[in-house]
Design a protein around this ligand. Structure first.
Ligand code: NAD
Length: 451
């Protein structure tokens, strides 16, 4: 295998790519036929196909290619961090073993609760984790016995087509039917609508912003919505301040803050603010306090309405942002921060940039209240640094997020350097939480009557 050869494949016509189709009907029809063939396969075969996906996606040269090609095509993110994200997606997303059958045995017989596939899943993937989501969804959805039609973000379509081709070929080499995963080569709002309404699509899974999540939830079909967040991190006066600052800089600068789970605003009990700011700086955060510099940053990073991020700066490197704003970056800057008030758009809006503000709070209760407010009911992710277990418990109960990280970097919550399985589809709105194979399966009760 050489990436150069595969790169040429992506530049070839769509017809040469395994599983890549120009039109929705072609992609769904092929995945539907693949589903019929896949239904005949044994669990051992299913496992072998999923193993082939893991093995194909975790080869070092492919990991490096996916990372650099994602940065190139989407013009966002950090290639080194994307290598790690793809590796975790390939190796730590649960497979067939996630489908643990429940059984009841008694005088009236044996009843099993099994997992059955939905059929063909339409999966819409984001620009922020383009390959990670395809790898993760392929492993989970196929493990549950489904086949998948992917609709990638237009800004990641070439790389997504390359990956679907690579994964299909790897599975076919392991004996799989063709087209277990397919992809719509040129996604547009029209093709998305067609996919959502296609009679052969049994389930929809949207990983992305509120618009696409609302679209799949209004489709009338079984849908999983994995939407946006605005994760607050609270630091109280009992916290290990040095560790909290180090963890936050790591989490908030990871892949240039593109992960939906990354710390997006810091809420710090005022008593420890000076110490915390010093520790942030010591860990590579550049604190901007000059009014003119702040004004330059705002005008660069917010769109003209002042309420949304300027798309061109989403997922960009901190030093590049500073230079563009006319501010000299320090040598090791990987995060930009400023002390501000709660109404600042940098606090209120999911910016997806390594620009993460600090808001002081009078005490831990005020900090938790503010965190709940700025999370905006997304129920996505929150983080707290505190040595007081009752406060950690209080924030977890008040904020009710799908992921709650205590005394660690945000990425621990999706299983990167944290216990637990890995996922790149976190379904807060529809409640599946961190999705895995069983999230993509129907429950079936099988009853054996002994009488
Ligand atoms: P996005 O919403 O712009 O796009 C996501 C997908 O939906 C893309 O494939 C896009 O083409 C499609 N899409 C969006 N609007 C559409 C429309 N009107 N018609 C047709 N298709 C449409 O999001 P993005 O910029 O790619 O990703 C970033 C967002 O996704 C952030 O809000 C982030 O928080 C969220 N996200 C959530 C998770 C999660 O697991 N919860 C994971 C990654 C990203």
């Amino acid at each position: 295998m050489t990436i150069t050869a595969e790169r040429r494949v992506t530049e070839a016509s769509v017809e040469d790519l395994a599983g890549v189709f120009n039109d929705v009907n072609g992609a769904v029809g092929a995945a539907r036929r693949a589903f019929v063939a896949f239904s005949e396969c044994s669990m051992a075969q299913r496992r072998a196909f999923v193993d082939a996906v893991r093995e194909a996606a975790s080869q070092q040269d492919r990991l490096e290619y996916m990372a650099s090609a994602a940065v190139e095509e989407t013009a966002m993110g950090n290639a080194d961090h994307k290598v790690l994200k793809n590796l975790y997606a390939a190796t730590r997303t649960p497979g067939v073993e996630d489908l643990v059958m429940e059984a009841r045995q008694g005088d009236d017989g044996l009843t099993t609760l099994e997992y059955a596939p939905y059929g063909v899943i339409g999966a819409i993937t984001p620009t922020t984790n383009p390959t990670e989501t395809i790898i993760c969804n392929t492993i989970g959805m196929l493990s549950a016995g489904n086949t998948v039609v992917f609709s990638p973000h237009p800004r990641a379509r070439h790389l997504s087509a390359w990956l679907v081709d690579v994964l299909n070929r790897a599975m076919m080499a392991a004996g799989a039917p063709a087209n277990l995963i397919t992809l719509v080569a040129n996604p547009t709002p029209e093709t998305t609508t067609q996919l959502l309404n296609h009679p052969d699509i049994a389930m929809l899974v949207a990983t992305g912003g509120p618009q696409i999540v609302n679209m799949v939830l209004s489709s009338g079909k079984k849908a999983i919505g994995a939407g946006s967040g605005n994760p607050p991190v609270v630091v109280d006066e009992t916290a290990n301040i040095a560790k909290a600052a180090a963890d936050i800089v790591q989490g908030a600068s990871f892949d240039n803050n593109l992960p939906c789970t990354a710390e997006k605003e810091m809420i710090v009990v005022a008593e420890v603010l000076p110490e915390f700011m010093a520790e942030l700086q010591a860990n590579g955060a550049q604190v901007i306090s000059d009014r003119d510099d702040l004004a330059k940053l705002r005008s660069l990073l917010l769109d003209p309405s002042g309420t949304k991020p300027a798309t061109a700066w989403v997922g960009q490197d901190a030093q590049k942002i500073l230079r563009a704003a006319g501010i000299t970056p320090e040598q090791d800057t990987r995060l930009i921060t400023m002390v501000t008030d709660p109404l600042d758009p940098f606090v209120q809006v999911e910016m997806l940039m390594p620009v993460v503000p600090v808001v002081p709070a009078t005490d831990y209760l005020a900090a938790i209240d503010l965190a709940v407010e700025v999370e905006h009911g997304n129920r996505h992710t929150a983080i707290m640094h505190s040595q007081d277990v009752s406060r950690l418990d209080l924030m977890a109960r008040r904020i009710q997020t799908t992921i709650f990280v205590k005394n660690g970097p945000s990425f621990a919550g999706i299983g990167i350097n944290g216990e637990g399985f890995v996922t790149f589809t976190i379904a807060g709105p529809t409640g599946e939480g961190l999705t895995s194979a069983r999230s993509f399966a129907r429950r079936r009760r099988c009853v054996l009557d002994p009488h």
